[in-house]
Design a protein around this ligand. Structure first.
Ligand SMILES: Cc1cc2nc3c(=O)[nH]c(=O)nc-3n(C[C@H](O)[C@H](O)[C@H](O)COP(=O)(O)OP(=O)(O)OC[C@H]3O[C@@H](n4cnc5c(N)ncnc54)[C@H](O)[C@@H]3O)c2cc1C
Length: 348
């Protein structure tokens, strides 16, 4: 019997695992894929994420996780009204595969048992524990007093538990060799309905020029992508010599009020699985913070007797209250900038 089983070794799961292991709990951290695994991401660590890494992992982000240019100097948003908003800020440009793998290694070094290539299939609530069913080399189960599900945006474990419909945004980005007249140190977002149903973006990682669009209706991907490439050719002299790869992913479609699902019974949710996501490039920081606060909430109770879940949930909600308010303000701020996020404006 573990004290806590954590499902998903992204920033939320690794932060929760390290915190609990450091506090002496028996922790099992499972990851569906072999580490290092790919995660579609722009890989911008804003200053807040860098600070949280220092705070929760006790170290600076290692250089080997970074790509060229290693420093991200901020974000530049261009809106449908043609206005440019510059957010200058110290940040880092990392590959998620090596960054997340480093986080998982840190959790393991702190004492968490790390099992990759192991998919959690479901969680069964039992009277005194939670039974987690896995598929690794074989089908088997493990028990824990409590679990944290950090299985990301479309995680099947969370979906099986709450049976709630979820709206997704589809993201699509391509990695290209070529040239462009933009400063490689910035992340560029285009909040223009002509170019995407959500946002379109450009950034540079090593020798790749990355162009991305996000849409609610996946059948419109190609249309928006070609509009966006045409726009970048015209306005920024983009020249694509060779497309090396392309990837599709999902993001939660955040609704006004930023509803968060904190969990069900002895299973807490954290990170994107719970609904934590900020629009200003802050998925990683929101995931780490929520993973940390989920584990802090568990530390509030005695795991050896009857579980005081009321205390766990109220501590988790109280601790993440500021994060949630911040998310609402950020979404509202972005909605104020551009018509593409109008639906978020109602929560002013
Ligand atoms: C295109 C794109 C660009 C982005 N750019 C940025 C950015 O520049 N900066 C930023 O801060 N955020 C960015 N984000 C958001 C950020 O990537 C996410 O918000 C963040 O990764 C969420 O962390 P998480 O730990 O909740 O989930 P994830 O990072 O998704 O981790 C979930 C983990 O759970 C594993 N898993 C899933 N199911 C199971 C299972 N059944 N059993 C075991 N393991 C399982 C997955 O394999 C994965 O490793 C971007 C997102 C997208 C889509």
């Amino acid at each position: 019997m573990y004290d806590v089983i954590i499902i998903g070794a992204g920033p939320a799961g690794c932060t929760a695992a390290r915190e609990l292991a450091c506090s002496g709990y028996e922790v099992l951290l499972v990851e569906k894929f072999k580490l290092p695994r790919n995660k579609s991401c722009s890989g911008v660590l804003i200053k807040k994420s860098m600070d949280l890494v220092r705070q929760y992992f006790g170290e600076e982000v290692p250089e080997y996780t970074m790509c060229r240019p290693a420093d991200n100097r901020g974000m530049i948003f261009t809106t449908d009204r043609g206005q440019e908003y510059r957010f200058e800020q110290e940040g880092l440009n990392i590959w998620r595969s090596s960054f997340d793998c480093w986080l998982a290694t840190k959790a393991a070094e702190a004492g968490a048992e790390l099992r990759d290539e192991t998919a959690a299939l479901s969680c069964d609530e039992q009277e005194d524990c939670i039974l987690v069913n896995f598929k690794g080399a074989s089908l088997y189960s493990e028990k824990a007093r409590i679990a944290i599900v950090c299985d990301g945006v479309a995680g099947s474990v969370r979906r099986k538990l709450i049976h709630a419909p979820q709206n997704y945004i589809t993201t699509y980005q391509t990695f290209n060799k070529g040239s462009i007249d933009l400063d490689h140190h910035y992340f560029y977002a285009y909040l223009q309905p002509r170019l995407s149903e959500y946002d379109a973006w450009f950034n540079v990682k090593d020798d790749y020029l990355i162009f991305g669009v996000s849409v609610r209706d996946a059948s419109k991907l190609e249309h928006y992508y070609s509009e966006f490439i045409g726009y970048m050719e015209k306005h920024h002299n983009a020249k694509i010599e060779k497309r090396e790869k392309a990837e599709k992913w999902l993001m939660p479609h955040i609704m006004p009020g930023c509803p968060i699902n904190y969990g069900k019974g002895k299973v807490l949710f954290a990170g994107e699985a719970a609904g934590f996501l900020n629009p200003m490039g802050e998925g990683i920081s929101a995931a780490m913070e929520s993973g940390f606060f989920a584990s802090k909430a568990i530390e509030k109770i005695d795991l050896s007797g009857d579980l005081d879940l009321e205390t766990v949930y109220s501590a988790y909600q109280d601790n993440t209250c500021a994060l949630r308010d911040y998310m609402k303000r950020q979404w509202n701020f972005v909605a104020g900038m551009a018509g593409t996020f109008d639906h978020m404006r109602s929560e002013a």
